[in-house]
Design a protein around this ligand. Sequence first.
Ligand code: ARG
Length: 568
Amino acid sequence: MNPIIRELEGALGGALAGAGLAGGAGPADFRPCADARHGDYQSNAAMVLAKEARRKPSEIAAAVRAGWGGVGLAEVTVAGPGFLNFRLTDAALVRGLAGRLAGRYIEPVDAPKTLIVDFSAPNVAKSMHVGHIRSTVLGDCLQRVARYVGHRVISDNHIGDWGTQFGKLIVGLRRFGSEDRLAADPIGEMERLYKRAHEASQSDPEVQEAARLELKKLQEGDPENLAVWRRFRELSQSAFDGIYGRLGVRFDETLGESFYNPMLRGVVEDLVARGVARESEGAICVFFEEAGLKDKPFLIRKSDGAALYATTDLATVKHRVETFRPDEIWYVVDMRQSLHFQQLFATVRRWGLGVELRHVGFGSILGADKRPLKTREGDPVKLEALLEEAVARARAMVDERRGDLGEEERRDISEVLGIGSVKYADLVQNRHLDYVFEWDRLLSFDGNTAPYVLNAYVRIQSIFRKSGDPEDAGYELGPPSHPRERELMLRLLQWEDVVAQVAEEQRPHHLCFYLFGLAGCFHAFFEDCPVLKAEGGLRSHRLALCRVTAGTLRAGCELLGLRTVERM
Ligand code: ARG
């Protein structure tokens, strides 16, 4: 929370206490006024407390106004049936941004939690495709934000590195494998091997049987098959690492599904012993009483004894609880898996592991035809190809705009712009919704896009270059001298609250909308308020505003996982 908003809360608490209301500590719930003519911040505390105290809201609001002690802070007015509107004083605006000018952007949360963020989680021997963008980009942003506000965060990549596909892969490698191809394009070759073995097994029961046997050998720990599996895994991991490097995403842990294999039997036994799971037609299931899950048992052991995705996820929760003692685990996974997570969470509750679990679900990325994005051949779009294309398109834009810059710088800007645009296009959507992927829109300099936000930052950097001042010049904020300055200052004050909201709701689009609005405020300010031509205190004040705006844009981009550039 911005220190000024905290002061406002304190002053309101005092005024409410003066009006005879429950110690004064009411639900302040300050939010920016939708209409600037009414004020800067609004509170519905009078309405809420009136209900509890069985008094009229207008009477309480009037009493708050009469007993308002925060005169140096804000002016209070009452609107409608009892809304309290606050207009910050100039001094309060300056004070609210003083910490930021000194480089303090956030105060850590009062009660830090330990959080595990489970995201990305691609599957071995397959390329990461467009379906993994959302989990990777959203998950990375959320783990950054959670850390930033002061939580202890463990990011964990729950890679799909175990499963029935390895039977066919092993057969594929032995019968159709090419070392050369495996060296040149490991993932492509693994996909080809799987496809060939799969097709062969459809028409030839002998291949089918061979795959079953290889899988069984692998599961029983056959050293040769284990070695092949390890190789598939390593090849995949290095391909994933290439993409993560390019995206600037890192994990504290990469504990794939195979890591939990030795624990699966014990988990099933424990759940049965505690009466959480029971036998049914030879299999073992968890049955639920909860509405919506009544007729949807959670299968944790098949009748042939095999464990499932569900069993692994149960073992994973237990391991995480015992190893990291998390307060919460966030699963950044496609909404299409929401039934799985409802079942998982309900099972964990009954198991009594004492951890809060959250499915941070998201919708699909659609093509222009409003169907899940596919290549012209009908395959899922590969993430690597998508990033390549983004950077190539950005490069064309940069070449056109900034032919004056050297090759290396143009290459770097294109990378930042291309990758940043793809990420931003994803983060700007309310994650529950599907969205249509449109190159022209996401790379546009107009609209709520990465280029627009980055451009505001770049514009400010150019002001500083032209200023001729040293980098550590001591600018000082003053009272707003123009309505555009006041708007910009107010916007800047909202930063802490927006970041907190993203952390609480796990919704990065709030941050994108904030940065978009901030960039807009800055452009409007810059249009109407000369900065370098101003003199003395006014110049210093306006440059201070530029500095805080640039710092806020940059901090926001960092939280979204976007790099910034100095020119473009
Ligand atoms: N590998 C899975 C997939 O690609 C996602 C795993 C998500 N995490 C989890 N703990 N289930 O669909």
